[in-house]
Design a protein around this ligand. Sequence first.
Ligand code: GLN
Length: 218
Amino acid sequence: MVAGNLPVIGVLDLQGGTQEHLEHLGHISGCVAKPVKAPDELQALSGLILPGGESTCLSRLFKLFGLHEAIKREHSRGMKVWGTCAGAILIAREIIDEQPHLALMDIAVHRNAFGSQMDSFNLTANIPEVSGEPIPLTFIRAPKIVRVGPGVKILLRHEDFIAAAEDDRCLATAFHPELTSGLAFHRYFAHKCGVSSELHSDQIEGWTARSWMQVARA
Ligand code: GLN
């Protein structure tokens, strides 16, 4: 689970926001971040991020790449899993009107519950467990988390939905911290994976709303 002495956090590299998560993890000291797409690459991981993208597409690719069972197996052995947006849908035990995918976490989600891509939005929220500073949040054709089971802690509730929740091994966020300047959620997940990391700031200096596009072009 460690490279040298450092825990390794993988980012699923099949479809969606892989580079943006890798870039954010690159600002967290005390861990190694790497893209993963093969089942045997999971064995070395302390944590795995399932990025946003499109959950039905990602689920089909899991099966093609032999990852479905491998992710379930490593999670049951202790690997931490963070699902952002489509990733949160993939780890949910229940999806309203659809079959679940990995079913790792006792939450129910409602896909595309805010409407179309045009109904995407930004928020800033205080989440004391995660950061002492307000956290910028970006929702893109996001799901709503509509129910959590007894072992699941709600980190952020907003209006009629739950936007972030966690249990011992999983973190689910309906939004995309990797598309903002904020590092708080990446640090929080890294801590969950056993990383000890001190950050001077929860923000990436010089990050602009177009920074993720620069990553995509590189
Ligand atoms: N709407 C997508 C889905 O249902 C999720 C969108 C996202 O990850 N930004 O899979």
